[in-house]
Design a protein around this ligand. Sequence first.
Ligand SMILES: [Zn+2]
Ligand SMILES: [Zn+2]
Length: 343
Amino acid sequence: MRVTPAGLYCEPAGVYIDPSRAVDRAIVSHGHSDHARPGHRAVLATAETLAIMRARMGADRAGGSQQAMPFGQTLDINGVGIRLVPAGHVLGSAQVVLDWQGSRIVVSGDYKRARDPTCAGFEPVACDVFVTEATFALPVFRHPPAVGEIARLLTSVRLFPERCHVVGVYALGKAQRLIAMLREAGWDRPIYLHGGLIPLCELYESLGIPLGDLRPLPARQKRGAAAAGLAGEIILAPPSADATLWARRLADPVSCAASGWMRVRQRAKMRGIELPLIISDHADWDELLATAAEVAAPEVWITHGREDALAHALGQRGIRARALHLVGRDEEDEAAEAPIAVP
Ligand SMILES: [Zn+2]
Ligand SMILES: [Zn+2]
């Protein structure tokens, strides 16, 4: 396995993992755009990831040939045993397990250890080299239980029935996880969606993840009508949409955001977030270290994020760590909003 300009390349199998540009053969860990690029000649991924790729980039750009591989099945390519294992990040997200001549590399992609009702949970696989992300690899990042954050949102909704709550969420993964957790917490009212979130919510539903009563935001209503209609309701929107015109039509919105970065108060303040919710789809500091210990790999490669802090902490635990400095990551999901300075 080596690092090339296009990303991680498994030489004996002739296959790239999450390459940053179009290649002949790619294994794609999950559907976020910094891992799933268009135009590969052949793509191997879970059926869910392939469906997400087709929905986002169009069937013709999602890979010349697409091979769906279920979790747990092993494929042999030139003597390399290849297997996908759940990563717990978003629907379809997988770790790639590669066995070759008695040694094993696990490329985890993005992952989290916290429970997520919209995808299969992370499964640790013992290996010789563990390839990990490091988005939240600083001791300051400890994500509280997400159920508590959902409870805070619902408490605020009850306290301010005359206002609506607009939650900034990423379109793939975070939106659906938030909806599913609201349903588990007993919120059975309609949830209103900004148009940018609707296609992937529909896709999740078609892939067997029930999300309940979802409605598009009423379009172009008069101010009074919209305000009357959505007071007391929960609205989800992409994080970038909260300053746009439509938000100003809403009933005195409480601006919320669901992201691991909401741990940094300053950052929430900078974005004008009144109710920051610390809900992340990436492993926090404790999860990163616990996972490295669990897979018991003597060597860890770090793809992107806070590589130095994690490498240092692993080194102290007797694990050889290597920062790969992969290019083209962090373009979507929480990783994309890395703050300039973290206390
Ligand atoms: Zn991701
Ligand atoms: Zn990523």
